[in-house]
Ligand binder design. Structure first.
Ligand SMILES: Nc1nc2c(c(=O)[nH]1)N[C@H]1C(S)=C(S)[C@@H](COP(=O)(O)O)O[C@H]1N2
Ligand SMILES: [Mo]
Length: 416
């Protein structure tokens, strides 16, 4: 919570600190024999193997990395330990000064070699990771053209008064997920299986989806963990197909009330089927703002359901949909204390002035956003310090599924 969007950086940094401290402890315990340090290298290697085996999006070969680090760690530690012992046990006697200096030299050269080797292995690893990246697969898809583009009328935002732009650009779109490394799924390897309480289970390939008539809709996505005034809300043109069409093809059986979607990295979300079959326009999206989905936002495909918080509806890198019931299975966040049903609450945010900003004498513009996906925003009222409520100007409504901007003007005394 404290680190916000930098949570993963803090987690990785914390892991680095813990590993360093474990290394110090194992080193101190290894004064006499190399066993404690060797055991630490083996234990960390086994933890790495277990982590790799626990993920579906990594190939079998990925297990080589932790196995290699286990073997290298244990062997290198034993080698350095032997060199260090040789140096330490050389009596610091003038007669042996020659040997002692030799022992030290061998230890230092050995250590430098290990550092250089680790660095080189790290660089090679990074190159191999880049090779494995799906940007090429994404580029090969090319721009996506919907049957009927979603138009944005003039006056859809008050960006000049301090609101965000109506459409959020790719790099500015908020990101929330549990993925420590962004899953790399190519269009070739991707497929979507729809099964469970259906008449005709079906598996769709990327081409199956890409070759359908693509629809485009503007939807504001937001996160339930957004604090008041917070940044976890964005708006984009999503391109894809209606989930209702896919569900009609497989034939949802009576009694099913939940669609449990699973991502390639085994994240799950449970969406009420009603919200997928009504007229709000729930989608399987493959594009955002004219381009294939950015990898961080779910390439090749994700769900987008207007009016529901992301954690129950917006599964990225989605590969599996099971029609089931709420009473039989729970999505990822539910046992962690989040509600099973999560419609977006009507809310607003003040973008300008910022918190604790000082305003000067004269007219002060107060501007922000308001959202109530599927219901729409009819009116926003603002007041300052218990004064009278004042109607704000509203931007042109584009769709009830997206945010609406507002602004109002006050004559205020200078101050905070
Ligand atoms: N695979 C996967 N999809 C996910 C999540 C996740 O952790 N993993 N988080 C969800 C949550 S909590 C939110 S708010 C939205 C955020 O989507 P965005 O990162 O594209 O803004 O994605 C949803 N989809
Ligand atoms: Mo979220």
């Amino acid at each position: 919570q404290n680190f916000g969007e930098h949570d993963k950086t803090a987690l990785l940094g914390g892991m680095g600190v813990v590993l360093f401290l474990l290394g110090v402890v194992a080193g101190l315990l290894s004064r006499r024999t190399a066993t404690p340090g060797t055991l630490l290298a083996i234990a960390l290697g086994i933890a790495g193997v277990a982590a790799v085996l626990g993920r579906d999006d990594l190939g079998q070969l990925s297990v080589l990395a932790p196995v290699f680090s286990l073997v290298a760690g244990a062997l290198v530690f034993r080698l350095l330990h032997r060199l260090a012992l040789e140096w330490a046990t050389d009596t610091p006697d003038t007669a042996y000064a020659e040997t002692s200096a030799g022992g030290r030299r061998r230890f230092l050269i050995g250590s430098a070699g290990v550092v250089a080797g680790a660095g080189l292995a790290g660089i090679i690893g990074q190159v191999l990771i880049d090779d494995n990246n799906v940007e090429a697969s994404r580029a090969a898809v090319g721009p996506l053209i919907p049957v009927k583009p979603a138009a944005v009328p003039l006056g859809a935002d008050f960006a000049s008064s301090g609101t965000p732009a109506y459409i959020t650009q790719e790099g500015d779109f908020y990101r929330v997920d549990t993925a420590l490394t962004v899953p790399q799924v190519s269009t070739q390897s991707w497929s979507l299986r729809i099964h469970g309480m259906v008449d005709r289970p079906k598996t769709y390939s990327y081409a199956d989806i890409r070759n359908r008539k693509l629809v485009e809709q503007i939807v504001t996505l937001c996160c339930v963990s957004n604090p008041v005034g917070g940044p976890y809300i964005s708006n984009a043109k999503f391109i894809g197909v209606y989930l209702r069409d896919l569900l009609d093809e497989v034939g949802v059986q009576p009694g099913a009330d939940q669609l449990l979607s699973t991502s390639i990295d085994n994240y799950t979300a449970g969406t009420p089927i009603d919200a997928l079959l009504d007229d709000r326009g729930a989608m399987l999206a493959i594009g955002m703002n004219g381009q294939p989905l950015p990898v961080e936002h779910g390439f090749p495909a994700r769900m987008v359901v207007p009016g529901l918080y992301g954690y129950v509806s917006a599964t990225k890198w989605v590969v599996d949909m099971e029609l089931t019931t709420f009473s039989s299975v729970q999505g990822y966040w539910i046992p962690r204390g989040y509600s099973q049903q999560a419609p977006v609450k009507t809310e607003s945010r003040i973008d300008k002035p910022g918190s604790f900003a000082r305003v000067g004498r004269g007219t002060v513009t107060v501007a922000g956003i308001a959202w109530a996906q599927t219901k729409g925003i009819e009116r926003v009222e603002v007041r300052v310090d218990g004064g009278p409520w004042q109607d704000a100007q509203l931007s042109t409504e584009v769709t009830k599924n997206s945010w609406r901007m507002w602004r109002t003007f006050f004559d205020l005394k200078p101050g905070n």
